[in-house]
Structure formats: structure tokens, C-alpha cells
Design a protein around this ligand. Structure first.
Ligand SMILES: [Zn+2]
Length: 414
């Protein structure tokens, strides 16, 4: 280890997230990697005492749609029906550009301590220009084809997307066949095959609303009415008597799958996800879930049986901002019986695992990328360091991305 490259940061608490918090802890950075984490500096080099702050690994947002990042507030109003919100999204998409908001969303994410993202991108978005500056993004190409005739052209877009990522070190390819009601079964099958062959993850919105379950079960109901109005209803897209489990059985053959939302998964489906936690994760978007006033989210049940759960913000079309720290605070407050260490993992190492990136990031461990979120702590004593982190509105004050200090902000969260 060459001493001159070392930079040690000291904080009131260091949260490695895979081990217990360290009081008066230190993180030593060597270039773009973490060299050491503990109670003392690893050798010489620069030393900085950051004072009353927490050092966390860079936060991970496993699910968002940055194309909506120019919205100052969510579309519609709290408590609205999901299908009514979809109408608003479609109207918005018809008039809004997609490029500027992506850059704004990336900037906002970095300011909020988020150094890794799973972002859904519509076809045609110039990925390279926006994503090159970081954060470390898995760009899931949105695949929509409710009819068999559109499948071949959509699969070709997916192939091109995966090939384009090979020339870039700054983003990773993913595929997002959108949802049961917008994806023909043949497209889902071919996306799963491509995922397995190319080792890229899939993100799929599933079991998001009761209307979706009714559509799967009976092929009718308010969701069918919406699709008919949009002229995207196709009888071959939804096979009779379908349920989310049928989709899980197809998706389990992908390289990795992120089941987005999963608000209405039943016990058998949750058990299936627990059995395949090595390659299937569920992405809970807490404040978006609350926005639609859904039934209670089965978080404790999923965690207790071993489902791999991680956090996402979803987009600014249903969430007030892109803060994963705010999502963890929301979860800590709403689920007091879930371990605080687990809550922090949902927005760090478990989200990195969902994206297949945990070997390089998501926790503070020697050898991993030096991605750090520095969070101010309140000026009070507390026996439990998680209490200081979660029972607080103190902001992220700095973000380090691959060994470089990037952004300083004073963003208020709630
Ligand atoms: Zn989404």
C-alpha cells in the first residue's frame, strides 16, 4: 500500500452495514477503493475528522424511472387508484422530453448519497451521454409489446441495448419487460432467454394493484377497460386464469430478476421467492406504496421467510423525491419490529445484491469501491446509533464516488 495515496476519514459512527456500527470509526480510501474500515487509520496519508456525521456506504436505489425527475411533485393525488395514475403518466409522457430529466435525476441522486441505481429507460434514450458521469447505473431497457407482431422488433432493441453496454465501463445493461398487461408472453420468454444468455438482470412490475390481479384472473375489470381505451388490449397477452406465480415461474429462468412492487403477492408466491432468493429479489418502494394507499405491504412476512427484499424510490411521478435515506427512515418508522440493521441493508447491500453488484459495492469493506454517503447526525446522545440515523431529518452532506468527493448539499427531506 503506497502511503501517499491513502485518505482516512473519521466519523462519530461508521456503518459498514455487513458488520455492527463503529463508534469513532474510520474509513481509509486508497485511490478508488476502500483500503480499511475500523477504529484506527490504516497507515499514513491524509487524515480528516468529519465530526458529528455517519459514514455509510453509497446508497443504492434499486428501482426508479429517472425520466420523470423534472416533476416537482407526484402526478395526481395521494390515495388515487393505480389505473387512474397510469392515465396521468401516459398523458405526461406524450408531452415531456426524456433527456434533461435523466441528468437532473442523476445529479439529485448523487446529492442524496446514492451512488448506484437501477433505472428504467424508454427505448430511444441516448444512454451513454447522460450516464457516463455516474452514479453506477444499471439501465433497464423498457420493453413493451402487448401483441405478438411487435415482439421481434422489441427483442431486437433489447439485443442492441445489451451490445451497447459492452463499450462502456460506466453503466450496465438490464431488461425491463414492463408488466403483465403490457408484455406478450412470447416477449417475456425471449427476454428471459436473453437475460440468461447475456447474464443481465430483468426488472418486471408485478402484483402492483388489485385491478391487475383481477385482470390476470378473469381478463376483465377496470384494468381491461383502461387497456381498451388506450387501444392496447389484446386477448392473447393475458392467458386465462393467470396469477403472479405463473410469471415468477417464467422469470426464475432469467439470470437475475427484480420483482418490482409485489404489493399483492400471496403466501405461495412469497414462498416461491424465498426458495429462489439467490436470484430473485422484490423491490419495495415504500413512499410510492403509501401514495396509492394500498393494503399493508407484506414486508415482515417476506423478510421472515427469507425473501430477498431491497428498496427503490420508484419515480418522482409517485414519490416526493429520489432519497433512499428518506425511504429507510420511512421504513424504520413504519416497521419498528424490523431490525434497524436490516432496514439500512435494504437501501445498501441488499439493493446491491438485487442488481448483481454486491461483489463491488453496497457495504464498507476493503477492496470495494470507495462509494460513501456522509450523513449529518443530530447533536444529542443516544445509546443506539441507528436511532441517531433514522430518528432524524439530518441530510446527506457529502457523497464520495469511487474515491472522489462529489457533492455537498443541504437538501431537506420531508
Ligand atoms: Zn416502476
Amino acid at each position: 500500500m503506497k502511503t501517499s495515496n491513502l485518505h482516512t476519514l473519521k466519523a462519530r459512527y461508521v456503518f459498514p452495514v455487513t458488520t455492527r456500527p463503529i463508534a469513532d470509526g474510520m474509513v481509509t480510501i486508497d485511490g478508488w477503493r476502500i483500503a480499511a474500515v475500523g477504529k484506527g487509520p490504516a497507515g499514513g496519508g491524509q487524515f480528516e475528522d468529519l465530526g458529528n456525521v455517519a459514514i455509510l456506504p453509497g446508497l443504492v436505489n434499486a428501482h426508479t424511472h429517472l425520466e420523470f425527475s423534472n416533476l416537482s411533485e407526484p402526478l395526481g393525488e395521494p390515495g388515487m387508484r393505480f389505473i387512474d395514475w397510469i392515465r396521468r403518466v401516459i398523458e405526461f409522457r406524450l408531452e415531456a422530453p426524456t433527456r434533461g430529466p435523466v441528468a437532473a435525476g442523476l445529479r439529485e441522486s448523487l446529492q442524496l448519497g446514492i451512488t448506484t441505481l437501477g433505472d428504467i429507460a424508454q427505448p430511444g434514450r441516448p444512454v451513454k451521454q447522460t450516464e457516463d458521469a455516474g452514479p453506477d447505473t444499471t439501465v433497464f431497457l423498457e420493453l413493451i409489446a402487448p401483441t405478438a407482431e411487435r415482439v421481434a422488433a422489441t427483442v431486437e432493441l433489447a439485443r442492441q441495448h445489451v451490445a451497447a453496454a459492452r463499450s462502456s465501463a460506466s453503466w450496465h445493461p438490464g431488461l425491463s419487460p414492463h408488466a403483465p398487461y403490457s408484455v406478450h408472453p412470447e416477449l417475456l420468454g425471449r427476454a428471459v432467454s436473453l437475460s440468461a444468455a447475456e447474464h443481465v438482470p430483468i426488472a418486471f412490475h408485478l402484483a402492483e394493484s388489485p385491478d391487475e390481479l383481477e385482470l390476470l384472473r378473469s381478463g376483465s375489470g377496470p384494468f381491461r377497460d383502461l387497456l381498451e381505451q388506450l387501444e392496447t388490449w389484446n386477448a392473447g397477452t393475458i392467458l386465462p386464469n393467470t396469477r403472479p406465480l405463473d410469471y415468477l415461474r417464467t422469470l426464475v429462468n432469467a439470470h437475475r430478476t427484480l420483482i418490482v412492487h409485489g404489493n399483492y403477492l400471496d403466501d405461495e408466491e412469497i414462498a416461491f421467492l424465498a426458495d429462489h432468493a439467490d436470484r430473485m429479489s422484490v423491490i419495495y418502494c415504500p413512499r410510492t406504496h403509501a401514495y396509492f394507499a394500498h393494503e399493508a405491504y407484506p414486508l415482515q412476512k417476506m423478510l421472515s421467510v427469507g425473501v430477498a427484499v431491497a428498496l427503490g424510490t420508484d419515480s418522482r411521478a409517485s414519490s416526493p423525491d429520489l432519497s433512499i435515506l428518506a425511504e429507510t427512515r420511512f421504513v424504520a418508522n413504519k416497521y419498528p419490529t424490523v431490525g434497524r440493521d436490516v432496514v439500512l441493508q435494504l437501501g445498501t447491500i441488499r439493493a446491491a445484491t438485487a442488481l448483481g453488484r454486491d461483489h463491488q459495492l453496497g457495504s464498507l469493506e476493503p477492496g470495494k469501491f470507495a462509494n460513501l454517503a456522509i450523513v449529518a447526525l443530530p447533536n444529542r446522545n443516544a445509546a443506539d446509533p441507528y436511532e441517531l440515523l433514522f430518528n432524524s431529518n439530518e441530510p446527506v452532506v457529502a457523497t464520495w464516488y469511487r474515491g472522489v468527493k462529489l457533492a455537498t448539499s443541504r437538501v431537506a427531506y420531508q
